[in-house]
Design a protein around this ligand. Structure first.
Ligand code: S3P
Length: 171
């Protein structure tokens, strides 16, 4: 049975393709707490896809909604919160997350990220002439910021989702 209860939300941060949703879902189930996803909440509220929101309202608008959703989810019952890859870049979000939750960077190297995102068309930031180069630039720019997280857990090809969730719990 569950011997303890989560006091603070566990907030997964890191690049698109790192496995935040997969690991987060599993982790939440293991801990017996709700799984929350900032992208999902934005999509539900807008009744549009992320790509449609970027196209119609622009990235700045998306970032505003993202910050609002994260603040709201952090204030609710503690669960596992998966955030969009850009969320942790905003200082206000980082402050809210560190005050109210525990940030976990799900770290993955460029090639693994690329394998995970290359066949998908859901990430507007990668709709460029050179999506691999764009992904690399994003990772290079963001890694030092993700490194500010409280915990770092490696997302590796051989590691099962279960193993990664176990690591988060163990740390
Ligand atoms: C973004 C990542 C996406 C989504 C949006 C922007 C980013 O979320 O929020 O496309 O800036 O890296 P995932 O990390 O869940 O793919």
């Amino acid at each position: 049975g569950v011997k303890w209860r989560l006091k603070k939300p566990v907030v997964l941060v890191g690049m698109m393709g790192a496995g935040k949703t997969a690991v987060g879902t599993h982790l939440a189930r293991t801990l017996g707490v709700p799984f929350l996803d900032s992208d999902d909440e934005i999509v539900k509220a807008a009744n549009m896809t992320i790509a449609e929101i970027f196209a119609r309202d622009g990235e700045a608008f998306f970032r505003q909604k993202e910050s609002q959703v994260i603040a709201r989810l952090l204030a609710g019952a503690p669960g596992v919160l998966s955030t969009g890859g850009g969320a942790y870049l905003a200082e206000a979000n980082r402050m809210a997350i560190s005050q109210l939750g525990v940030a976990v960077w799900l770290r993955a190297d460029l090639d693994l990220l690329w394998q995970r995102v290359r066949h998908k068309n859901t990430r507007p930031l990668l709709r460029t002439p050179d999506p691999y180069g764009t992904l690399k630039s994003l990772l290079d720019a963001r890694a030092p910021v993700y490194a500010l997280a409280d915990l770092v857990v490696d997302s590796k090809p051989g590691l099962s989702i279960d193993a990664m969730a176990e690591r988060v719990i163990a740390t």
